[in-house]
Each structure stands twice: as structure tokens, then as C-alpha cells.
Design a protein around this ligand. Structure first.
Ligand SMILES: *Cc1c(COP(=O)(O)O)cnc(C)c1O
Length: 379
């Protein structure tokens, strides 16, 4: 089955009890048993719920995995991966990371005895240098948020192979339409389903997908015993979002390219961060592992002036000044004060998240209106 069919039909079945074409929202916590221990596969909704199961099956299908798991948020999904670790274990993570992931690693799990090394994964040798006997996980994010760095997933997986090191990839920015980390050798794919999978900025949700039976059991245990599940209503919304993922992503990519072209030719713009640019330092890797380049674009101002960035963000009208990304509507964000404010200023500066950096989530509106809005706000 091709991807554009999988989003709609992959691992999906009509509701067996009624024939409903869309899986209903099973708003129930518990299930009747005909005799103690005799039931239809569902006992209590923390363990499993039919609406969540339908979503989890769809997630596994679109990421080419065997098991999907739906969490109450992207960070709840990441949290469960961290709980697969033991005190003393070492984790190598990307240096340019979603702010909330960085916050969890440094402010929660460091206290529990996990050790984190943050490295620039655009150069695989930086990872190699940090691998020790205690390394148990490599946490990859590519493209990164907000600097659109690209890490070579396949090369990283080859590095980890045979050493008992899990490779997990935060695939939120690319979405499975553009990139399938499990196919490149990764063990775990993580998504903030709040973003492209949900696609309509109306739900907070997270996902993990794996392709190994033993690992699937461990992840399910984390979900069931840890309790960070996604509710049936939100499961329904993400499942509904996935059904149009491919058409939305196609337009996100088209609009993203045109916005990049516009920004590159604008006299006020400094640097444009976009993996689809031939001038992007990892463009070749991006071309190898991604099918297209998505709708996320970051840029700075030629003046380097943070005030200019602020003014621009106050004047956009079609773009909405808000955190988050991946919805149908275009959003603009100021990483230094919004999404990445949880990263200490010195770490931000070291990583290149300057105060004049703006991140755009290019939506699926008419491109003419988007470009006119950018032009107007820049003027
Ligand atoms: C939003 C986001 C997360 C966190 O997901 P939530 O659903 O907000 O918990 C993690 N990684 C990336 C890349 C994100 O954009």
C-alpha cells in the first residue's frame, strides 16, 4: 500500500460492533466481562481503548512500524522513552533540540541519574566521540527546531548497531510523509502528534512507534503502568488528522518553498534556514532521507536587530503569532522568547538561536496571501 492510501486505510478497520466507517469515540473507562477474566480484549481504558487502538494501528502503519502508542502529549511520549533507561545510563542528544525535550532531560532526568551529552549531530563523528560503555540511547531530532539542522539517521544507526544503544528519532518536523526513521534503522520514532499528524491545532497528543516485539512490550508497559495515555476524543481527532496528512503536507511543502524563495530575495532578510536550499550545509543528507523539505522555515534579519524581528511579528496578519506548528494555518514564532525560552540564554546563543531569529510554520492557505502578508509585515 502506498503512503497516500495508508494514511486513510493503513491498519484500519470499520468498527466491528456497528460497521461505522469511522471508529467511534469510545468514551468509556471500563468494559463488561461475561465471567471473571472473560472479555472482548478490553478491560480498562488505561490499558487499551478501541478509539486509541485504531489510532495506534494507524500510527504503526504510516511509520512502517509494528506497534504504535498514543500518549497525552509529545513530551509524555518522550518521557516514556526516558523511563526505559536506568540510573547511570548515558544518553547522547542533539544540541539543537525542542526546548521542552531539553528541559525534561536536564531538569527532570538528570536528577534521576541519567547523563546527557548534547552534541551537534550534523557531524556524526561528534557522536562517535561521546559513545561509552554506558551509552544506552541516542536521541535524534531532524530537522531540528528551530535551526533546521539535519542529522544523517542512517549513519547514526550504523554507529549504534551492535552496541546495545537504542536510536530514537523525534520525527515531528518532517512527519512520516517526508521521512520514516524506522526504515533507516532507528528503533523508536517519536511524534508530537499535536503538530502535523493532528494538523489542525485542536489537540495535544504524542506518539511512539517501534518495529520490535520486545521493545513494544516495554513501551506498552510504560504507557499502561505510567499512565500517560491519550483519551478517546483526542485519539479520534488525531486519527481524523492523519487521513489528510498527505494532502496537507504536499501543500505545506509547496508553500514552504515559495516562502523561502521570497525571503531569500528580500533585502531585509539575513539568513534563511531551510533544508531544501542547496546552500544548506546538510542538503545532500536531507535529499537522501527526506522525500521533500516541509513547511518549516526559520530566518534572521540582515540588521541582526531583535527589535526588527519583534516589529515583524507584531505586524503579520495572516500568519498568527503563536507557539506550535504543523497546523493548516500559518504561524510565526520568536524562539528566543517563546518556544525556546526554557533554554538558558548562553546555551541558546552558543547554538545560534539569536534574538532576531523568526520561525515560520507555513500553512496551507493561498500562497499569494501568505507572501503579501510577509511583504507587508517586513515593510
Ligand atoms: C511540540 C514538540 C514536542 C513536544 O510535543 P507536545 O505535544 O507539545 O508535548 C517535541 N518535539 C518537537 C520537535 C516539537 O515540535
Amino acid at each position: 500500500m502506498k503512503f497516500n492510501t495508508k494514511t486513510i486505510h493503513g491498519n484500519q478497520q470499520h468498527d466491528p460492533s456497528t460497521g461505522a466507517v469511522m471508529m467511534p469515540i469510545y468514551q468509556t473507562s471500563t468494559y463488561v466481562q461475561s465471567s471473571p477474566g472473560v472479555h472482548k480484549g478490553y478491560e480498562y481504558s488505561r490499558g487499551a481503548n478501541p478509539t486509541r487502538t485504531a489510532l495506534e494501528n494507524a500510527l504503526a502503519s504510516i511509520e512502517n512500524g509494528t506497534h504504535g502508542f498514543a500518549f497525552g502529549s509529545g513530551l509524555a511520549a518522550t518521557d516514556s522513552v526516558m523511563k526505559l533507561m536506568n540510573p547511570g545510563d548515558e544518553i547522547i542528544a542533539m544540541d539543537d533540540l525542542y526546548g521542552g525535550s531539553y528541559r525534561m532531560f536536564t531538569r527532570i532526568y538528570q536528577r534521576y541519574g541519567l547523563k546527557f551529552e548534547f552534541v551537534d549531530m550534523t557531524d556524526v563523528s561528534n557522536i562517535e566521540q561521546k559513545i561509552t560503555e554506558k551509552t544506552k540511547l541516542i536521541w535524534v531530532e531532524t530537522p531540528t527546531n528551530p535551526l533546521m539542522k539535519i542529522a544523517d539517521i542512517q549513519a547514526i544507526c550504523e554507529l549504534a548497531k551492535g552496541k546495545g544503544i537504542l536510536v530514537a528519532v523525534d520525527n515531528t518536523f518532517a512527519s512520516p510523509y517526508l521521512q520514516n526513521p524506522l526504515d533507516l534503522g532507528a528503533d523508536i520514532v517519536m511524534h508530537s502528534a499535536t503538530k502535523y499528524l493532528g494538523g489542525h491545532s485542536d489537540v495535544v497528543a504524542g506518539a511512539l512507534v517501534v518495529k520490535d516485539e520486545e521493545l513494544a512490550e516495554k513501551v506498552h508497559f510504560q504507557l499502561f503502568a505510567g499512565g500517560g495515555i491519550l483519551g478517546p476524543q483526542d485519539s479520534y481527532l488525531v486519527l481524523r488528522g492523519i487521513k489528510t496528512l498527505h494532502v496537507r503536507m504536499q501543500r505545506h511543502c509547496e508553500n514552504g518553498k515559495k516562502v523561502v524563495e521570497f525571503l531569500q530575495n528580500h533585502p531585509k532578510i539575513g539568513h534563511v534556514y531551510y533544508p531544501g536550499l542547496e546552500s544548506h550545509p546538510n542538503h545532500e543528507v536531507a535529499k537522501k532521507q527526506m522525500r521533500d523539505f516541509g513547511g518549516m522555515v526559520s530566518f534572521t534579519f540582515k540588521s541582526g536587530n531583535a527589535e526588527e524581528a519583534k516589529k515583524f511579528l507584531e505586524y503579520v496578519r495572516v500568519f498568527t503569532l503563536a507557539e506550535s506548528l504543523g497546523g493548516v494555518e500559518s504561524l510565526a514564532n520568536h524562539p528566543a522568547t517563546m518556544t525556546h525560552a526554557s533554554i538558558p540564554a548562553d546555551v541558546r546563543a552558543k547554538n545560534g538561536i539569536t534574538d532576531d531569529l523568526v520561525r515560520l510554520s507555513v500553512g496551507i492557505e493561498d500562497i499569494d496571501d501568505l507572501l503579501a502578508d510577509l511583504e507587508n509585515a517586513l515593510n
